[in-house]
Write a protein that binds this ligand. Structure first.
Ligand code: 6PG
Length: 257
C-alpha cells in the first residue's frame, strides 16, 4: 500500500509557506521536464493562504500552468461556496494563466452529468487517464478528502470522476481516488485541532478505505501529509519539525501502523 509520509510545521502560517514552496518546486521541475505543470487545487479553507502566497510569485512560468480542482460543489461558477471561486479570488485572478488552461468543473445540478462531462474534458485536455504533476488535498474532521466522504463507497468508486451524496453536505462531484493517484506528487494539507482524530486514524490506516478515503490513493510518486502541530497533537512529539518552513520541511518518518 502507498503510505503517506507525515511532515510537520509549527502553525498555519508555516503550513502556507511550506505548501507554496512545494508548489513552486513541483512547477519548476515539471516545466523543465515536460514543458507544463498540471496542478490539482484543493478546496476548503486550509490552502487559501498558500494560494495567496503563490499569487505573489510573478517569477513562475504561469503560462505553462494548467489548473483544475479535485472536487467541486454543484453551485454556479461565481458562487462563494465553489472551490473554483475561492481559488480564483486568492490566486488565479492575480496570475497570467491562460483562461483555456483553467479546467473548472462544468456548471450544473445533476452531479452524474457534471462528473461525466468533466471526465471527458480532462481526458481531451490531459490524456487518458489524465496525468497530474501535483495534487493538493485537504482532510476533513470526518476523514474525507476531496469529496470522497467516508461511508459512501466513494473512495472505492471506479472511473475518473463521480457524484457523491453525503448526508452532511448533500451532493458534490469529485475526482476518484484512482484519478487523484495519477500524480507525480500528492500533498495533503492539514491544520487545526479538529483534524487530530482524522489525521491519526488516516496514518494508522487500520480501517477500510471506505472509512479512510485518503488510504485509497496510490500516487506514483511522493505522497505527503503536511500538518501543523495543532493537527498532529500527540504525533508531534514523535516527529522532528524543520525550523525553516520557507525552504520546505524536512522529510518526516512514515508512521508504521
Ligand atoms: C472541499 C474539499 C475538502 C477539504 C476538506 C478540508 O471542497 O471542501 O476539497 O476535501 O479539503 O474539507 O477543508 P478545510 O481546509 O476547510 O479544513
Amino acid at each position: 500500500m502507498a503510505r503517506p509520509t507525515l511532515e510537520l510545521v509549527a502553525d498555519a502560517d508555516a503550513l502556507a509557506s511550506a505548501i507554496a514552496a512545494r508548489v513552486v518546486a513541483a512547477c519548476h521541475h515539471a516545466v523543465a521536464a515536460r514543458g507544463r505543470f498540471v496542478l490539482v487545487l484543493a478546496g476548503g479553507s486550509t490552502p487559501l493562504a498558500a494560494y495567496r502566497h503563490l499569487a505573489e510569485r510573478h517569477d513562475l512560468p504561469w503560462e505553462r500552468v494548467v489548473a483544475t480542482w479535485g472536487d467541486e460543489r454543484l453551485v454556479p461558477r461565481d458562487h462563494p461556496e465553489r472551490n473554483e471561486h475561492a481559488a480564483r479570488k486568492a490566486l488565479l485572478d492575480h496570475v497570467p494563466i491562460p483562461a483555456e488552461q483553467v479546467l473548472g468543473w462544468p456548471e450544473g445540478t445533476d452531479g452524474e452529468a457534471v462528473a461525466a462531462a468533466h471526465a471527458e474534458h480532462l481526458r481531451r485536455q490531459l490524456g487518458d487517464p489524465p496525468s497530474f504533476d501535483l495534487v493538493l488535498l485537504g482532510l476533513g474532521a470526518d476523514a474525507h478528502t476531496a469529496s470522497l466522504f467516508p461511508g459512501t463507497g466513494a473512495a472505492e468508486a471506479p472511473g475518473l470522476t463521480l457524484a457523491v451524496r453525503a448526508p452532511a453536505v448533500g451532493e458534490r462531484v469529485s475526482l476518484s481516488a484512482t484519478a487523484l493517484g495519477h500524480a507525480d506528487e500528492v500533498l495533503v494539507a492539514v491544520a487545526g485541532h479538529d483534524k487530530q482524530g482524522a489525521l491519526a486514524r488516516t496514518l494508522r490506516a487500520e480501517e477500510p478505505p471506505d472509512a479512510l478515503p485518503l488510504t485509497a490513493l496510490r500516487p506514483r510518486g511522493r505522497f505527503t501529509i503536511l500538518a501543523d502541530e495543532a493537527a498532529a497533537g500527540a504525533l508531534a512529539t514523535t516527529y522532528e519539525r524543520d525550523g525553516d518552513a520557507g525552504s520546505g520541511p524536512a522529510d518526516g518518518v512514515p508512521v508504521e501502523g
